[in-house]
Design a protein around this ligand. Structure first.
Ligand SMILES: [Zn+2]
Ligand SMILES: [Zn+2]
Length: 164
């Protein structure tokens, strides 16, 4: 497989702890990027580039992130199995704590390791995944697939006497 060059938006969402402004001395850092859906390296997430804006700052080693994410991603209708686009906007706060090697974990918080690298891309992926509908429907009254022929009823593909 050919290696893709790392997209600049991915780099803009990666922070080394010592470059994150300490809120006791400086104002928070703001970011605004357009991130391609493929940067999640998750085949289930395809669609238009995500518009992401937010802020990051820290208090000592505790890092606080706020992000507003606009997405338009492809999902599959649970009734008719058609792929369609879901648009949404989600805002979320993240709290990242330093986890020393061999030290305690903080299950309710995000963590970063001794290298001091905070990568927001996996966190953004989680935020978007949670925001996507659990049972996507292409339309409220999607009639799904014909139980007889298996074709999509709403698209008129079924010609069975009962449904078509
Ligand atoms: Zn449907
Ligand atoms: Zn049919």
């Amino acid at each position: 497989m050919e290696e893709r060059p790392i997209e600049s938006a991915v780099l803009e969402l990666r922070f080394q702890i010592d470059r994150v402004p300490d809120q006791r001395r400086a104002t928070e850092h703001t970011f605004s990027v357009s991130l391609s859906a493929s940067s999640f390296e998750d085949p289930s997430l395809e669609g238009e580039p995500l518009q992401i804006e937010g802020t990051i700052s820290r208090h000592g080693t505790e890092v606080n992130v706020f992000s507003r994410i606009e997405y338009a991603l492809n999902v599959t209708c649970v009734r008719c199995l058609e792929v369609f686009c879901v648009r949404g906007t989600v805002s979320e706060y993240g709290h990242f704590l330093h986890r020393k090697q061999g030290g305690p974990t903080y299950p309710e918080h995000e963590q970063y390791g001794d290298g001091g690298l905070i990568d927001l891309v996996p966190w953004i992926r989680e935020v978007v995944l949670i925001d996507l509908p659990e049972y996507p429907l292409c339309s409220e009254n999607c009639s799904g697939l014909c139980p007889e022929c298996g074709e999509n009823i709403r698209k008129g593909l079924c010609h069975c006497p009962k449904f078509g």
